[in-house]
Design a binder for this molecule. Structure first.
Ligand code: ARG
Length: 586
């Protein structure tokens, strides 16, 4: 029998073939396949209703024609019963054998991965995430781009894409004048050694305060910047040093979060590449002078008719738009990217919309293939008061401190639950639980909404949290620790067909894994996967309380062990796509 990995896609294909066979207008017909209300079936085709509306006919009649055609399709008839509900919903109820065969075929992580990896094969994607400005600490707001971006990279790789992780650091520009001014006059060597990013941040703030108070300081800061931009040896050496320290400091945090970049091609990397951008945009007639600046208008867009994309400032300097245009070109030419994804907060929406518009026109006029571009944006992290979260002193909370606090808090909770675990293991669990909880809190909320940061909620063992999911995984592993090894031999041969409602509900949920991956990657919204995993853990929990696994009947025992194994597979794979490692026990 043919193996249906992706049930949704397979039903879609059958429904389309059925529509053709039934003589429907296939230009208009879309299957619209979704999970069904379990009372009526497992999957549902909803396309008869909108189709009938368009053609002003009876939806039930359309549904009947489709069902007749579907029933004559042997591959479909072999695995499902088809019925019509309400005004014309077509329900597929899979036979219990179908579920069992599906689960038998997907017996390992590799089997899942192999099938999924067909989805985005041949895609080369550059993902630009994290991307902080250098010479300062990362604060809590930076976490979103890192964890959302990393989840997207993992999902794309899982689906077969070749992914380049690029950290587009902000390592060039006006702040350096003020920083260098203060560095050259007020550096605290010891502080630089102990806490490089802290000291650089202090110096930058000092420089900008002094410049704000005193015109002559401001002028000296400008001179520092001029020297840097002219590439003077001393300035360049200092710049290099600051950058090395910055990247080193950033990497400490990335290590904690289990994120590794392929490149740190920041703004400075593109500073020699901006001339070509001016030239090309001028040559293809896209840019024009306006009030001394070089700009690109997009008059067809109401929003940007008045507000052009400024690509060179009136003082002749390049800006964020220029380096980003050069970045688009480089990613196209050097990485041969078929797709570019940039992950930042939603305040940069206009910038990236204009960047995309400008790049499309530019590439079209120059005969280049334009990569697909996605600006993946996200909202704010708020405190209890609904305002962006701050520390008690009013400063932003440092990301490093936040992670450490999460690990400390997790330690207290885990130690209380398991006072007898060895100290090493407790530390290790606390590290995983702490870091995962912060990541998961972010990934379980729709990225475009703001979310409220709460230690209690984030570290709780119930609700859609990392601890809940990690605990669900350890519970399944503990079942395997208790079974006799001989029970695990030849499970697939011994298993008998599912019977109870809980068995079938769980099988159905596991099969949805593929669809969950797909919508997550199509929408680039990791919370879709998180929601699925939460539901999976819930259905598993119902199953395990209703159906004993270690029973005398060998066929029943084997099929229930299969359910446990595949749940664990999906849970582990799904969590790891979200950047979360599972534990043996906790
Ligand atoms: N450095 C920017 C910031 O801190 C984000 C850069 C995002 N990437 C890009 N190619 N513009 O907001």
């Amino acid at each position: 029998m043919e193996q249906w990995f992706d049930v949704t896609k397979r039903i879609e294909a059958s429904a389309l073939a059925a529509a053709q066979q039934a003589g429907l207008d296939t230009e208009v017909f879309t299957a619209d396949v979704r999970p069904a209300d379990p009372r009526f079936g497992d999957m549902q085709v909803n396309g008869a209703l909108p189709y009938a509306k368009r053609h002003k006919t009876n939806p039930r009649e359309i549904a009947q024609k489709l069902v007749a055609a579907l029933e004559s399709d042997e591959a479909v008839a072999a695995v499902a019963e088809i019925s019509i509900a309400g005004p014309g919903f077509i329900n597929f109820r899979f036979k219990p054998e179908f579920f069992l065969n599906w689960l038998k075929a997907f017996s390992s992580e590799e089997a899942f991965r192999k099938s999924a990896s067909r989805l985005y094969a041949n895609e080369r994607v550059v993902v630009d995430y994290g991307s902080p400005n250098t010479a300062k600490q990362m604060h809590v707001g930076h976490i979103r781009s890192i964890v959302i971006g990393e989840a997207i990279c993992r999902l794309l790789e899982y689906c077969g894409a070749e992914v380049t992780r690029d950290n587009h650091i902000g390592d060039w520009g006006t702040p350096y004048g003020k920083l260098f001014y203060a560095y050259n006059r007020h550096l605290d060597e010891k502080a630089l050694k102990d806490d490089p990013l802290g000291e650089l941040e202090r110096l930058y703030k000092l420089g900008s305060n002094l410049a704000a108070e005193d015109e002559t300081v401001l002028e000296e800061c400008r001179q520092e910047l001029v020297q840097l931009q002219a590439g003077e040896a001393e300035s360049m050496a200092l710049w290099k040093r600051v950058n090395e320290l910055s990247i080193q400091g950033l990497k400490e945090v990335y290590d904690q979060l289990d994120v590794t970049y392929d490149h740190y091609l920041g703004e400075s990397f593109y500073r020699d590449r901006v001339e070509a951008v001016y030239q090309e945009l001028k040559d293809c007639g896209l840019s024009e002078e306006s009030k001394g600046a070089l700009v690109v208008f997009h008059p067809e867009h109401k929003r940007y008719a008045e507000q052009p994309f400024i690509i060179r400032k009136s003082d002749g300097a390049s800006n964020y738009a220029t380096t980003d245009l050069a970045t688009m070109l480089y990613r196209h030419e050097h990485f041969r990217a078929t797709r570019i994804i940039i992950v930042t907060d939603d305040r940069q929406k206009d910038h990236f919309e204009q960047l995309d518009l400008t790049t499309s026109k530019w590439f079209e006029k120059t005969g280049r293939n334009r990569p697909i571009f996605d600006h993946v944006m996200f909202g704010k992290i708020n405190g209890d008061d609904g305002k962006p979260i701050k520390s008690r002193s009013g400063d932003p909370i440092r990301l490093k401190a936040l992670i450490n606090e999460a690990v400390d808090r997790a330690y207290t909770i885990v130690k209380k639950k398991n006072p007898n675990f060895p100290e090493d293991e407790l530390r290790n669990i606390a590290q995983t639980v702490g870091v995962s909880s912060i990541k998961y809190a972010d990934l379980s909320t729709n990225r475009t909404s703001d979310y409220v940061f709460s230690w209690e909620k984030l570290l709780a063992f119930d609700g859609n949290t990392a601890s809940y999911q990690l605990y669900a995984a350890t519970r399944i592993q503990s079942i395997f620790r208790k079974v006799d090894p001989s029970d695990l031999e030849n499970l697939e041969l011994k298993a008998t067909v599912f019977e109870t409602n809980e068995e079938i509900a769980l099988a159905r949920k596991i099969i949805e894994f593929v669809g969950a991956i797909q919508v997550t990657i199509e929408t680039l919204r990791p919370h879709m996967l998180s929601t699925y995993l939460y539901e999976l853990s819930g259905v598993f929990s119902t199953f395990i309380s209703a159906d004993k696994v270690i029973v005398d009947d060998p066929g029943k025992k084997a099929r229930r062990l299969i359910l446990c194994q595949r749940t664990l597979l999906a849970l582990k794979a799904g969590l790891s796509l979200l950047g979360i490692k599972t534990l043996e026990r906790m």
